[in-house]
Write a protein that binds this ligand. Sequence first.
Ligand code: NAD
Length: 271
Amino acid sequence: MQVTDVSLNNGTTIPQLGLGVYKALNGDETRAVTHALHVGYRHIDTAAIYHNEEGVGRGIRQAGVARDQVYLTSKIWNEDIRHGRTTEALDESLKRLATDYLDLALLHWPVDGRLVAWQDLISAYDAGKVRSIGVSNFTAEHIEKLIDATGVVPALNQIEFHPYLTQPSISETCRQHRIAVEAWSPLMQGKFLKESLFRELSEDYRRTQAQIILRWDIQRGVITIPKSITPERIEENFHIFDFTLNEEDMSRIDALERNLRFGPDPENFDF
Ligand code: NAD
């Protein structure tokens, strides 16, 4: 099974499928990462605020896969952005992960202090501590202002994205600047089972509903990071590169859009 790569605007590439580890703790994250790497995943998405970077680092080492074969993302948390601690926070993440570089560092949310934090990430990039830098939960306006102020275009924007929420305005801004879009909560946090279209497509293609949704991400050019700590689901979510949804079915999934969020709204959050 060959995972496709997406080219980023700085000349690097990112595997289009990764494992998300939000809320995985107490060794679950370590087991999930090790299993995912054994299955063939080569991309792991964590964050300082998930409090599991040490376990993620352990999971990579236990898998016996060389560090340079794994695409590793982490994120600078809001308090660190607000307090001008981006450089320190990044160094702390590197220490917890027991690695000397990240493949991708993201500003987790567009809080006050983000312009200074972005400059700090640019310095970290120049120093070789991160191979690519990007943002998360940035609206079109946040992105335009960041670029105007610093002249440096993020490589990627990680946003809530699934069949009920495709955020067309952000996607269009990202397309114009060649910023890759990465989907968080791609499986609607597991709440996709009530949608009859997924059941129907699951029968038509003889794939699970989760595989149908993740395949739709892949064909839409979106990077996707489904979370699971269950070995069978980690495997299931990986096996999406050997079938194709036809354009009519892609459009039927597109038509499910209803601007429905399962997570916080970047225009209105309080953390
Ligand atoms: P998700 O949409 O990936 O859903 C995960 C849940 O779906 C699992 O807990 C499980 O209940 C279910 N699931 C997974 N595989 C399944 C399968 N094959 N069949 C049936 N059910 C299945 O939700 P998420 O964890 O919120 O998002 C994925 C990742 O995105 C996170 O782990 C994290 O890395 C990232 N994330 C980032 C942000 C951000 O602000 N940048 C916010 C939320 C999540």
